[in-house]
Design a protein around this ligand. Structure first.
Ligand code: NDP
Length: 445
């Protein structure tokens, strides 16, 4: 970064938010790509918009006490970061994972501002979660935790204020328990959470949306560069919500997905992943990915391995942040991978991204490529407001239109600012401009 103003701002962010490397990483990436924008438009500096945008409007941190099956009291920590409401109510998922702390939620909330702006829908940026680990817990324990979490959170959210959704460790079961508790305490049935069950206000195609949207975005990016999914070999990491539906859509578009993983290891199936097996293991039995061998004995399970060592044309990281480091990115490049598109949030380290650019690989950044989930959440909010439901085909068609539009915004902005083909810069710039112009209209606030 060369711009003195941005360098100073970055130093302030680091000083003000000590011990939060993921947040620093997310802010650095955005500020670096905004250099040509602030040079062309000094009004963003003069108005203080940049100082305001890196500071959350509100950070809520609270105690979550609950009782486990042995009758013991357990205390977790809950968070909601309401980062920016310039273009709509705060919107972003809740993550339940032992690694959660304030820095993770801030990085995710910051990214969410620009992602939500790219969807073209009226939603601000927020994120929340807890260091609670749902893995290995009984349904009763998960329910008691979710009810305690919502007992506090319900004071801070609302259909026109802040609308959380799922993320790692938060799927349909958890959303159900939280929505039930919200409804009970607030005595209102409103669209305060998205990702709800279909019998109580959920949207068709929301479950599929992030994975499907990722593939729609990737297909657009490939098309713009004379390629497509057809006949390609695809590696996917993770085996949760995003990974499963990315696998389904990539296969429908003509790719062969050969890997899925979880935090213990990965499976390699040269004949193409049997998605029904993965769905049964993960969505029904809540088991481990190594159980895949019970369904397909010919597949290989690599304990502790990373999928990036498998030869592929296209890589879709769909597990967690910083899962592709420089070494993994080099492996991908050496093995002939020519496109990486991110289903997970910030799955590539800055060094990995440098490797993609150095090797002229196509790179679809998370903010743009995985925005289909939150976009469909916003469509769920619209349906809740109208007390109406669209069909699966209607929602899916809107999702496809949105993902095409997001790619176009990234492409256009990258060209306008002299960085054609750098969709990361394009996403950051296009996402920033809409929010920043709204903030300019509000003055200092
Ligand atoms: P899930 O909880 O459904 O699945 C997460 C998957 O990633 C699991 O396979 C999990 O394995 C693996 N994983 C999680 N943490 C780690 C880790 N530290 N190391 C290795 N593997 C890990 O979550 P989602 O599919 O919903 O989310 C995946 C990613 O996509 C996240 O980055 C999330 O922020 C992002 N995302 C999700 C959206 C959504 O709509 N759900 C929307 C946009 C982005 P294990 O079970 O062993 O932990």
């Amino acid at each position: 970064m060369k711009n003195e103003y941005l360098k100073k701002l970055m130093a302030t962010v680091e000083k003000r938010n000590p011990g939060e490397p993921e947040f620093h990483q997310a802010v650095m990436e955005v500020l670096e790509t905004l250099e040509p924008v602030v040079e062309k438009h000094p009004e963003y500096i003069k108005s203080g918009v940049l100082e305001m945008i890196v500071e959350p409007e509100r950070v809520i941190k609270f105690r979550v006490p609950w009782v486990n099956d042995d009758g013991e009291v357990v205390v977790n920590r809950g968070y909601r970061v309401q980062f920016n409401s310039a273009i709509g109510p705060y919107k972003g998922g809740l993550r339940f994972h032992p690694s959660v702390y304030e820095g993770i939620i801030k990085f995710l909330g910051f990214e969410q501002i620009f992602k939500n702006s790219l969807t073209t829908l009226p939603i601000g940026g927020g994120k929340g979660g807890s260091d609670f680990d749902p893995k290995g817990k009984s349904d009763g324990e998960v329910m008691r935790f979710c009810q305690s979490f919502m007992t506090e959170l319900c004071r801070h959210i609302g259909a026109d204020t802040d609308v959380p959704a799922g993320d790692i460790g938060v799927g349909g079961r958890e959303i159900g328990y939280m929505f039930g508790q919200y409804k009970r305490i607030r005595n209102e049935f409103t669209g305060v959470l998205t990702g709800k069950g279909l019998t109580y206000g959920g949207s068709l195609a929301r479950k599929e949306a992030t994975g499907y949207g990722l593939c729609y975005y990737t297909e657009e990016m490939l098309k713009a560069n004379g390629k497509s999914f057809k006949g390609t070999t695809v590696v996917i990491s993770g085996s949760g919500n995003v990974a499963i539906y990315a696998c389904e859509k990539a296969t429908q578009l003509g790719g062969k997905v050969v890997t899925v993983s979880d935090s213990n290891g990965y499976v390699y199936d040269p004949d193409g992943i049997d998605l029904n097996a993965v769905k049964e293991i993960k969505e029904v039995k809540r088991g481990r990915i190594k159980d895949y061998l019970n369904y397909r004995p010919g597949a290989k399970y690599v304990e502790g391995g990373v999928v990036w060592e498998v030869k592929c044309d296209i890589a879709l990281p769909c597990a967690t942040q910083n899962e592709i480091n420089e070494t993994s990115a080099k492996l991908l490049a050496e093995n002939g991978c020519y496109a990486v598109a991110e289903g997970a949030n910030m799955p590539s380290t800055p060094e990995a991204i440098n490797v993609y650019f150095a090797n002229k690989m196509l790179y679809g950044p998370a903010k743009a490529a995985n925005a289909g989930g939150v976009a469909t959440s916003a469509l769920e909010m619209s349906q809740n407001s109208m007390r109406y439901s669209w069909t699966f085909e209607e929602v899916d068609a809107k999702l496809q239109g949105i993902m095409k539009d997001i790619f176009k915004q990234c492409d256009d902005a990258s060209k306008e600012y002299g960085m054609a083909g750098n969709y990361m810069a394009g996403a950051n710039i296009a996402g920033f401009l809409k929010v920043a112009n709204s903030m300019l209209a509000y003055g200092v606030c």
